[in-house]
Design a protein around this ligand. Structure first.
Ligand code: SF4
Ligand code: SF4
Length: 214
């Protein structure tokens, strides 16, 4: 019988101890209303105060090497398509138009001094599909495709998850396409490839002497 009452006392004591700790944290949280001091080093080492962040007012700073939302600095993109081919889930869509000789200067160069040879009316990334693996970024020869530190890109509309980076409007793209076609038509026809000399006829096989004897 005495053990029965000892167990009740022990349980009550345990509950009260737990409740005491919870209440202590609850009241300590009031002391830190306002800025949580997330930028302070040792924030996560603090045992008192808020136990959750008041998102989105407070957010954990993203580390410098974070791989989040993609960005294409289209002025440096040469339209090589390596990122498109490398993406394992095909979430990059790109369309290019060859720049005519007359427009090469207008199209300009990358910040690294490389002549751009393609207009890029469409460069879309479906960020809803993107798994931020970073493969496209690692293969980009001009380093124009980068991960930003933006980790929250929630949207109400699925269509808003497709980011557009193209550098031509539809009307401009139609014009450049027309120019490219005209240049192609005006180009002198390539000489037909020389016909390969006909292979020499193989010498007729001599009948096998041993088979004649049979
Ligand atoms: S990060 Fe990965 S999944 Fe996203 S676009 Fe680049 S290659 Fe594709
Ligand atoms: S790999 Fe880089 S330069 Fe090439 S198309 Fe993609 S973003 Fe542009």
């Amino acid at each position: 019988m005495s053990e029965y009452f000892r167990n009740i006392a022990s349980s009550t004591s345990t509950i009260l101890t737990g409740m005491g700790i919870t209440l202590k944290h609850f009241f300590n949280a009031f002391k830190r209303k306002g800025e949580a001091g997330i930028e302070e080093s040792g924030y996560f080492g603090q045992v008192d105060g808020l136990v959750t962040l008041q998102y989105p007012r407070e957010a954990i700073p993203t580390p410098d090497n974070a791989r989040y939302r993609l960005h294409n600095d289209i002025e440096d993109c040469i339209g090589c398509g390596q990122c498109v081919r490398a993406c394992p889930i095909e979430c990059i869509t790109m369309e290019t138009i060859k720049v005519t000789k007359a427009d090469l200067e207008t199209c300009g160069k990358t910040s690294g001094g490389q002549q751009k040879r393609f207009w890029i009316p469409v460069f879309d990334i479906d960020i809803a599909k993107c798994m931020t693996c970073g493969i496209c970024v690692s293969v980009c020869p001009t380093a124009c495709l980068t991960h930003t530190k933006v980790s929250d890109f929630t949207e109400f509309d699925r269509e808003h998850m497709i980011y557009h980076f193209g550098n031509l409007s539809r009307i401009e793209a139609d014009l450049m396409r027309k120019k490219a076609e005209e240049e192609k038509k005006a180009a002198p026809a390539k000489p037909a490839p020389k016909a390969k000399p006909a292979p020499k006829p193989k010498p007729a096989q001599q009948p096998n002497a041993s088979s004649n004897n049979e």
